[in-house]
Write a protein that binds this ligand. Structure first.
Ligand code: ATP
Ligand code: MG
Length: 247
């Protein structure tokens, strides 16, 4: 099966800093892929290139068969991007935020009503539709952001630390929704700072200083490193990479 997300030597420099360094990634339809790595590893920069928001300095990427540089609109039509700091309007209600994003995507009429109802039901946010976004808990804000991201029925979701700062119960809720989306055939590429979440992905990529230094299933990564959890894998791998650099 051809990859639904594919990069070749994808690179982005900011002046003298290489934020993403020759990234080769291949993700198949239906996967949930987790990108992890320390602060500044290049995760957000990678997502911004894959969502056609930022041009690569070098290399190429195709998303849903489209070139991210040459066909940005075709890419954007098929993807949803929940940024690390997603723009919710805190003085608007849940419903009004959804209406705002539906307008932005040009979704109108019966389709809009049906989809909004479906999303509110799936996320169990129905009872809160008239609450101001600023009055929602962290977990509910993230659910609202996710709903806004899903309004144009994307095939591929890019989620940048979607559960950051969210309490454990709400995180579990959020994952129930992600699994539902996977069942509906959506492909998910997410970044996360939580290794228990990485563990739930079917493959995980570890980024360090712009490079992808490991990429495999959680089980294979643990086996290879002789570690019981991903935390052990990542701490060990990053220490080894840092030690190599110092030599
Ligand atoms: N617009 C920019 N101009 C200059 N440097 C940038 C820019 N965007 C990102 N960088 C730098 O590129 C590197 C990678 O940043 P990026 O935000 O991709 O990392 P990240 O893995 O998402 O980190 P975090 O876990 O903190 O979100 C960092 O050193 C960052 O300071
Ligand atoms: Mg980031």
């Amino acid at each position: 099966m051809p990859a639904i997300i594919e990069t070749h030597g994808l690179t982005r420099r900011f002046g003298g800093l290489t934020a993403v360094d020759h990234l080769d990634l291949s993700i198949e339809a239906g996967e949930i892929f987790g990108l992890v790595g320390p602060d500044g590893a290049g995760k957000t920069t990678t997502l911004r290139m894959l969502t056609s928001l930022l041009d690569p300095t070098e290399g190429s990427a195709r998303v849903a068969g489209r070139d991210v540089v040459r066909e940005p609109q075709a890419v954007k039509d098929q993807i949803g991007y929940m940024a690390q700091r997603f723009g919710l309007y805190l003085d608007l209600t849940v419903q009004e935020n959804m209406d705002f994003y539906a307008d932005l995507f040009g979704i109108v009429g019966a389709e809009r009503k049906a989809l909004a109802a479906e999303l509110l039901h799936m996320t169990r946010m129905d009872p809160f539709r008239n609450r101001q976004a600023g009055q929602l808990s962290g977990g509910m804000k993230q659910k609202l952001a996710l709903m806004c991201t899903l309004l144009h029925r994307p095939r591929i979701l890019f989620l940048d630390e979607p559960t950051n700062g969210v309490d454990p119960v709400s995180r579990r809720d959020f994952w129930t929704i992600l699994y539902q989306l996977l069942k509906d055939g959506i492909t998910i590429l997410m970044t996360t700072a939580y290794l228990d979440e990485a563990e739930r992905c079917n493959r995980v990529g570890l980024m360090y200083k712009g490079r992808l230094i490991r990429c495999d299933t959680p089980a294979a990564l643990k086996r290879e490193a002789g570690s019981e959890d991903l935390e052990g894998v990542f701490v060990g791998t990053i220490r080894a990479a840092a030690a190599l650099e110092e030599r």
